[in-house]
Write a protein that binds this ligand. Structure first.
Ligand code: FES
Length: 105
């Protein structure tokens, strides 16, 4: 099962979905450009922002309160924005697509 990370200019990078990992870990394990994850997954830096494809938004779920606080400071925030460190992936999400913001803080 793979997830596709799409950069702002349309470049695509695929990574294997590892059950129980966070989407941020999947990205950093596979050197996906644009996910910096400076805080290491504490929902405290906002540098792991992704925009979930609308078709997947319900499956992936919505942001929690801490996450929401970080996201609300981001000018590129979209309705389906998530901090990827707060998303636990499932193998059944094959074909998931997320977009990376133009400027990752
Ligand atoms: Fe810092 Fe996700 S890694 S908020």
């Amino acid at each position: 099962a793979v997830v596709t990370f799409m950069s702002h200019d349309g470049e695509q990078h695929e990574a294997p979905l590892e059950e129980g990992s966070s989407l941020m870990q999947v990205a950093t394990n596979n050197a996906i450009p644009g996910i910096d994850a400076d805080c290491g997954g504490e929902a405290a830096c906002g540098t792991c922002h992704v925009i979930v494809d609308r078709a997947w938004a319900d499956k992936v779920g919505r942001s929690g309160p801490e996450e929401e606080e970080m996201l609300s400071m981001n000018p590129e925030r979209q309705p389906t924005s998530r901090l990827s460190c707060q998303v636990k992936v499932c193998k059944s999400w094959d074909g998931l697509t997320v977009q990376l913001p133009e400027f990752q803080m």
